[in-house]
Write a protein of this length. Structure first.
Lengths: 291, 851
């Protein structure tokens, strides 16, 4: 499937901002099953330089700074992304190995452990306690294949939690999400990662886009698609396998991968340091248009 | 040199030893240099030593040497503690130690490059992956942060202590922004001044080559195309525990002291906000920890760093020492693997061992730790976890079980270190020489030949017997450290600067410093103006109370109200009649209440803060005065419990000391922008305060008897009474007085004189616009000065039917308005960019790099 991706972020400030430094993490990755072409980034007011860099995880970031007073900031990114249909889906199990054996293998193989360790340890936004473990207890049976365990976990989150925008912020701890049983894709992903890591497996946070489908018979609205987040779990013999706990699906061609890291704090789409007081308003529009 | 056999002191010290001590060698014999030192102490006598110790204490105080202690009410600016008995190491032994330290520095540098590069140490199984990925000092954004030098770890400090085998062991590493070298230098300065005879007959190695080497390294890193590189010493600010040292080293090394928001990243370069505009920065020596360096890519809530700094380093436009990311090496777990790492990288053995350390992440080591709990100190591998190290043997059974449970749950987060008995060293404790545990911090800097080790260091000893408490946060004492030999030639080093010594002819004044200097001038003059006028008022009051003065009460009321106007402490004497009947209560509050804006105590407090914030500007003469002012400040805060007479004495003392402060500045400060700004602040305040008093004393016409009292008070307030009497004898007239205080050009406290001075000063400040015309501030002063000069004193002294001196009142209001605008204008022109982020920083949030 081929998409044209348009992502527009607009900040409006009550007081003029004189100095602004920003780090943008919005360029889709190029992967064996994902092709990204013609990525563009347009910023207004226009900065004198935009500097691209590959971060620790291989994600592409763009740095820019602004030094003249402005009350509106717009960051517009576009790209052509082709998702190559993958054989995963739910048709067959990527690995039959029980989760008990899987855990042994992660720890037993030194090279594997080195590459996975940081996705197994607590990270800035993913910490867990017994409560988190208990929540996932019935999903993680030692004899059941890991892949099935994670699917069960995603199903549990999907069925027990309500998708409620604006209830949480990017700083809401997992504990609060677990107690309230509501949140957004970022919260569900963090919770799922915490559960998976608490049972000794490796999970990472994936940031990207999801093409939404309009209700049957209705035209698709502009700007109705969204930034999205899901998780990826390491399955021995198979490798990284994505899961979307928010929608209870195994991501396929409608999911576009931008970046991954230990959790959200490694890959915030747009991060900035402002030299100003006063409030700001944020408006984000995303379009994932099938071509 | 080792002629005299010390008798009493050494013997009694020796008899008090309970464990092995620095003065003894492995065979229990007294080391020759210690013998020599004790003979010097003997010669000096214990009483003289005690009195020298007192001198040291006052000297350190006078020099403003402080170490801020967190979490205590008087925590800020606690005097630095220096034990008069130095710590001695023989040169020959030191040379061996230095080799061990150099090897350690080389290893840490190799580890640093490997961890932010290929991570072969992990891949080849030399260290567990947890040491990287579970290391809170490992910062992923720093993988491409490099400085263009052979060694990435530029500055390094190691804490050492002597173990039971007589060897020095490494106890801890400081790899981010090592602290202590400035205190070491100051200790040496004070010791050489106050106890020079202790070193007679020995040669004590110099510290300066270390600092020269550091300067050389910094110079090599700076932009080679420039002959005067801009080097900034980055401090977290006056609330930091070691701020004294930051200011001290910045001025010793000749670098600009700056805080994070004095700097700005623009177009990929770092700029210093100065009153001459933005100045490009070439090298930053940072005293803030890694995670605080750049809020964009590291700790988002950091107000201490510079947004965009990491990107500027990546672009190669600025060099930061040590490069951010070096905290990865401060993880305690590395001690457990240093032997293997040394074999891996260098194919040799460690010259100086680390104290025996077990990382609990491996099963075998974990079991060892659990079984040998009583011999071990348990720590978290990561620093700054709020987990305080625990001595296994000091824990109760229940505490032990609880801690063991914690360790078993997350074993890889813990390490255990052997609790070794360390050596004691002679310390002066309550007037006696007693053995105390000690540790030594050694300093290294990378130069073209490898790592240069300072010939000396910072020794810290425990104030408590038989306990190892050396952190200054908990009252540890510091000692000068002497590397001693009897020959002078073997350690002389030639200092060769790699490029012709460049001279920074024009040193930019950071905007924040500029603002502080301006306010120092203002607060100093404001305090003096209030003290002066308050003294005048109190004298009149006393005269009236005690000697039944001839005039009516009216003039006292006016003077008291003028005092309220002058200090802006409304309503004060303007509204409440009660205050008039007992003015002393309000007066004492005006003197002592630190929480009341406008009070003398509050003004001095602000003055002292501003002085402290630019401490790198001052030399010792000034510090001595500041110390005296600080003493007076502490006294007047208790004015309510003081006798009236003593209050006035203290106020006189404060006034004189502040006058001396201005005098020393006038006589010794270079006539640069710093001086101009301080003078400008002073003049603005002097004009405003004098105008306020004239206005409230003479705005309304009073009976001649009352006016005569007011004229006299006003003339004293302008330092003009003697002068006036010489000319007009005893004839007091408002017109004559106004002529003098407003228009007499030769009198430094007359309005025209002060306005002209202000005009000259402002004219010499840097021009920020391209225009050659007068700027706004200059126009305001010119206008004020012209208005005064055109005034006719006969008209001014006239009053209308309501007894109001309208013309005088309007003229003075206008002058006041114009001069206040000058202040606002200067603030916008020179200090505006310092307004952002001001005072956001809460010191409690900042983890300590404790010495």
């Amino acid at each position: 499937m081929k998409y044209k991706l348009v992502h527009k972020t607009e900040y409006k400030y009550a007081e003029a901002v004189n100095n602004y430094h920003s780090l943008v993490c919005l360029a889709p990755r190029s992967l064996p099953d994902q092709l990204c072409q013609n990525f563009t980034i347009n910023i207004s007011p226009e900065p004198s330089h935009i500097i691209a860099r590959k971060d620790f995880y291989g994600n592409t970031t763009h740095y820019f700074s602004l030094h003249s007073p402005h009350k509106t900031l717009t960051v517009l990114t576009t790209a052509m992304v082709e998702r190559i249909t993958d054989a995963t889906g739910s048709l067959f199990l990527p690995s039959e190995e029980s989760s008990e054996t899987a855990r042994q293998r992660l720890l037993g193989d030194r090279a594997l452990k080195i590459s996975l360790l940081e996705y197994m340890l607590p990270s800035p936004m993913v910490k867990w306690d017994q409560e988190v473990r208990n929540f996932a207890k019935d999903c993680f049976q030692e004899g059941v294949p890991l892949y099935e365990c994670v699917k069960a976990l995603c199903r549990k989150i999907y069925s027990e939690f309500d998708f409620v925008p604006d209830f949480t912020t990017v700083h809401t701890p997992i504990k609060d999400v677990l107690a309230a049983k509501k949140g957004v894709c970022q919260d569900f992903s963090h919770l799922a990662i915490a559960c998976i890591r608490s049972y000794g497996f490796a999970a990472r946070y994936v940031s990207g886009y999801l093409e939404t489908l309009p209700p049957p018979g209705r035209p698709k609205l502009q700007g109705s698609d969204a930034s999205h987040a899901w998780i990826s779990v390491y399955i021995p013999d198979y490798g990284w396998c994505d899961f979307d706990p928010t929608n209870n699906i195994v991501p396929g061609e409608r999911h576009i991968v931008t970046a991954w890291g230990r959790d959200y704090s490694d890959v915030p789409p747009l991060k900035g340091i402002i030299f100003s007081y006063g409030k700001h308003m944020l408006n984000v529009e995303v379009d994932v248009i099938p071509v | 040199m080792l002629t005299e056999a010390p008798v009493d002191l050494l013997q009694s010290y020796q008899s008090g030893l309970s464990s092995y001590d620095e003065v003894l060698d492995m065979n229990g014999n007294i080391k020759p240099y210690w013998k020599a030192l004790f003979s010097k102490l003997e010669k000096l006598g214990l009483n003289e030593l005690k009195s020298r110790n007192q001198e040291i204490i006052s000297k350190l105080r006078e020099n403003g040497v402080t170490y801020n202690v967190y979490g205590t009410p008087d925590g800020l600016n606690r005097p630095w503690q220096l034990d008069p008995i130095p710590f001695l190491i023989e040169q020959k032994e030191w040379n061996g130690i230095a080799k061990g330290l150099q090897q350690r520095a080389i290893l840490l540098d190799l580890i640093l490059k490997d961890l932010y590069g290929p991570r072969n140490l992990v891949k080849d199984g030399i260290i567990p992956a947890e040491l990287v990925f579970d290391n809170t000092g490992f910062f992923r954004p720093c993988i491409d942060i490099k400085i263009p030098a052979k060694n990435q770890l530029t500055m390094f400090a190691a804490d050492m202590a002597r173990g039971p085998d007589g060897q020095m062991w490494i106890v801890d590493n400081r790899t981010q922004a090592p602290s202590g070298s400035g205190y070491t230098l100051e200790n040496r300065v004070v010791m050489s001044k106050l106890l020079p005879e202790l070193a007679e007959g020995m040669y004590v190695s110099k510290l300066s080559p270390y600092f020269n080497s550091l300067q050389n390294t910094v110079l090599k890193l700076s932009d080679k195309s420039k002959d005067a590189p801009n080097i900034v010493y980055l401090t977290p600010g006056p609330n930091n525990e070691a701020y004294f040292e930051h200011a001290y080293l910045a001025s010793y090394l000749g670098y600009t002291l700056a805080q994070g928001d004095d700097l700005l990243v623009r177009n990929g370069c770092v700029w210093l906000k100065s009153i001459d505009g933005l100045q490009k920065v070439d090298v930053i020596i940072r005293r803030i920890d890694d995670d605080w360096c750049d809020p964009l890519e590291l700790r988002e809530d950091s107000r201490l760093g510079v947004p965009g700094l990491l990107q500027a380093i990546r672009l190669g436009n600025v060099q930061v020492l040590n490069p951010p990311g070096t905290s990865v090496l401060e993880n305690h777990a590395f001690h457990a693997f240093m032997g293997n790492i040394c074999t891996y990288f260098l194919g040799e053995k460690l010259i100086m061992p680390s104290v025996a350390t077990w990382w609990c992440g491996h099963v075998k080591e974990l079991n060892y730790v659990l079984e040998h709990f009583d011999e071990l100190i348990i720590k978290k591998a990561n620093r700054k976890t709020k987990f305080r190290s625990r001595y296994g043997r000091l824990l109760s059974y229940a505490e032990k079980e609880e801690l063991k449970k914690m360790i078993i749950q997350r074993p890889h987060e813990f390490i255990a270190q052997q609790e070794v008995s360390l050596s004691t060293t002679p310390s002066l404790i309550n007037g006696n020489i007693e053995p105390r545990y000690a540790a030594l911090r050694a300093f290294m800097v990378a130069d073209e030949n490898g790592y240069h080790v300072m010939q000396g260091g910072l020794t810290r000893s425990s104030p408590v017997k038989d306990r190892f408490v050396i952190s200054n946060q908990y009252g540890g004492l510091s000692k000068d450290t002497w590397i001693v030999s009897d020959k002078t030639e073997e350690v002389q080093e030639k200092i060769v600067f790699t490029s012709p010594v460049s001279v920074n002819k024009h040193v930019s004044l950071p905007s924040r410093s500029a603002e502080n200097l301006f306010w120092i001038g203002r607060y100093c003059e404001r305090t003096m103006a209030v003290i002066k006028f308050m003294n005048i008022t109190i004298n009149v009051l006393n005269l009236d109370r005690n000697f039944g003065g001839s005039a009516k009460q009216e003039h006292i009321k006016i003077l008291l109200q003028s005092l309220t106007h002058l200090s802006s402490t409304y309503p004060g004497f303007l509204e409440e009649e009660d205050l008039m009947s007992d003015p002393y209560t309000e007066i004492i509050d005006l003197i002592s209440n630190t929480n009341r804006p406008g009070s003398i105590a509050a003004n001095i407090g602000s003055f002292l803060n501003a002085v402290g914030a630019v401490r790198n500007q001052w030399d010792q003469e000034i510090w001595r005065i500041v110390d005296l002012i600080d003493n007076g400040y502490h006294e007047i805060r208790n004015a309510s419990s003081m006798h009236n007479n003593n209050i006035q004495k203290t106020l006189d003392g404060l006034f004189n000391n502040m006058f001396t402060f201005l005098g020393v500045i006038a006589e010794s400060m270079p006539r640069d922008n710093s001086f101009l700004l301080l003078e400008t602040g002073k003049l603005i305040e002097r004009i405003l305060s004098r105008v306020s008093v004239i206005q409230s004393n003479f705005g309304v016409k009073n009976a001649p008897g009352v006016e005569n009292e007011l004229i006299e008070a006003t003339l004293i307030n302008h330092h003009l009474l003697v002068n006036y009497r010489q000319i007009y004898k005893s004839h007091l007239s408002v017109e004559a007085m106004l002529d003098m205080v407003l228009l007499e050009k030769t009198l430094p406290y007359s309005l025209v004189y002060m306005l002209d001075e202000l005009k000259n000063n402002i004219g010499r400040l840097p021009v920020t616009t391209r225009s050659e015309r007068l700027n706004e501030a200059q126009k305001y002063v010119l206008q004020a000065s012209t208005l005064v000069k055109l005034a006719d004193v006969t008209e001014l002294s006239k009053s209308n039917v309501g007894y109001e001196r309208q013309e005088l009142f309007h003229l003075l209001s206008e002058v006041s308005r114009l001069i206040s605008s000058v202040s606002v204008n200067l603030t916008n022109m020179y200090f505006s960019h310092t307004l952002m982020h001001h005072s956001f920083y809460d010191p409690k949030e900042y983890d300590t790099d404790e010495i």
